[in-house]
Design a protein around this ligand. Sequence first.
Ligand code: PBG
Length: 329
Amino acid sequence: MFPLRRNRRLRTNESIRSLVRETVLSPNDFLVPLFVVEGKGVKEEIPSMPNYFRYSLDLLEQEVKELWAMGLKSVLVFVKVPDNLKDNKGTEALNANGLMQRAVKTIKNAVPEMIVMTDVALDPYSSFGHDGIIGHGQILNDETSAVLAQMALSHAQAGADFVAPSDMMDGRILEMRETLENNGFFNTGIMSYSAKYASAHYGPFRDALNSAPVDMQEVPKDKKTYQMDYHNRTEAVRETRMDIEEGADIVMVKPGIAYLDIVREIKNMSEVPVAVYQVSGEYAMIKAAAERGWLDHDAIMLEQTTAIKRAGADIIASYFAKDIVKLLK
Ligand code: PBG
């Protein structure tokens, strides 16, 4: 007797393995998050995100040219807002000459073909570090949604190709879509953070933007009244279906590696492309373990990112994008 089937035949060597390989990473998969700060000549490393930087606009220009030359064709922009410009309503978010609006113009000027997506949420602008306006002991939904729609419009006016609401207010996609259409921005897309969980994986990002929620009496320090409860799966399907109905062009699951069951579920139900955000905490865990020599940095990075694509990601927002594209060469 011999084994009924010798599956190992297809694993004999790298040539046959690559011939039957089902999932392969490509530069086309990646969306590159960018952190932008005020100033000139600034390229500062984020302490909890080794080898990841905040750029001032002049250096941002070089960075996006480099990304484009490497074959990376889309960026997701976040700004670090000076404390003195923060308030409860995120007033600065609507400044037509604000840092985000200037960043969009800078990138589009440097590389017109680069797809520019902008983060739409109040947390970097909020003196309380929340994604919405605080009032009556709550994060106010409809009031916040109205501001977010104006914020999206302002980004579109600056030249953003896509706006990416990451706030998790109810009904904001419809309100944003309507506002964009009514102002003639019918080609500006919406990538919705549809299934965004209240996760402990966002810590380093909040360091990067100095945007962590502050201690206060009125509302809890966490984001659990708007971001999703990680014990739930069906809820992700409902959130995503509603965002698609409201007009989202791309939906997103976030975080990545601990949520691959959700990624597959969403990929199976969604008729629009699915993005997955491999978030700051995932990046930091790999960096920290590799620094200690406990894990092989490149191997673990490729394995986890490929797993995200295998689970169903059409787009991967990742701080590893440059590192991976270099390795793929
Ligand atoms: C803010 C926002 C967050 C991230 C993207 N947009 C943080 C948060 O919700 O607190 C996290 C990204 C990351 O951790 O890499 N709306």
